[in-house]
Design a protein around this ligand. Structure first.
Ligand code: IMP
Ligand code: MG
Length: 181
């Protein structure tokens, strides 16, 4: 019995992820040449993508991580974001790229981006490997986006169900019986 036995369908294969990450890395390397690039990963979902993306970037860059939690009801569009673990460094003058596993309702990032902008960075943009545009509750788009996926709960490539399946090398949909057990 392995994790793979719990997967009903692979939505984004390892090969597709690799190709998308290479594309995003090349794009960011072009756009940020000569800038003070800081990649800000949102833990924990971004760790796998961050590790791959930073190695696909060919210009100098720094990395940092944050832990955020949304509070309030999941159905509100203006829920605030609580910073559970903050960045280690000052953002003034930096060109920030937020690295996310998935842009879903958009509530988290629509609250986080203004909070980071108050710290006087030179710029703030969003890079996500997955995007569920049909789930959006707020008007937000990623500046760099990997794969658009349908409205299904996915795991793998950093994304979890109950903190498990983050280490699957692809993005897949769980079998329904996994939830009921
Ligand atoms: P939102 O865009 O504020 O709704 O929240 C995005 C966060 O919700 C992501 O960073 C994920 O941690 C989590 N999330 C959203 N959709 C999924 C999914 O399909 N699988 C696993 N986590 C998800
Ligand atoms: Mg998460």
């Amino acid at each position: 019995m392995t994790m793979h036995d719990d997967i009903k369908q692979i939505l984004v294969s390892e090969e597709e992820l690799k190709a998308k990450v290479a594309e995003l890395g090349a794009q960011i390397s072009r756009d940020y040449a000569g800038k003070d690039l800081l990649l800000v990963g949102i833990l924990k979902g971004s760790v796998v993508f961050m590790a791959d993306l930073m190695r696909a970037i060919t210009i100098p860059c720094k990395i940092d991580f944050m832990v955020v939690s949304s509070y309030g009801s999941g159905t509100t569009t203006t829920g605030l974001v609580k910073i559970v673990k903050d960045l280690d460094q000052d953002l003034s003058g930096k060109d920030v790229v937020i690295v996310e596993d998935i842009l879903d309702t958009g509530v988290t990032l629509s609250n986080l981006v203004p909070m980071l902008k108050m710290r006087h960075p030179n710029s703030v943009r969003i890079c996500t490997i997955l995007d569920k545009p049909s789930r959006r509750k707020v008007d937000i788009t990623a500046d760099y986006s990997g794969c658009a996926i349908p409205d299904e709960f996915v795991v793998g490539y950093g994304l979890d169900y109950a903190e498990t399946y983050r280490n699957l090398p692809y993005v897949g949909v769980l079998k329904p019986e996994v939830y009921t057990h």
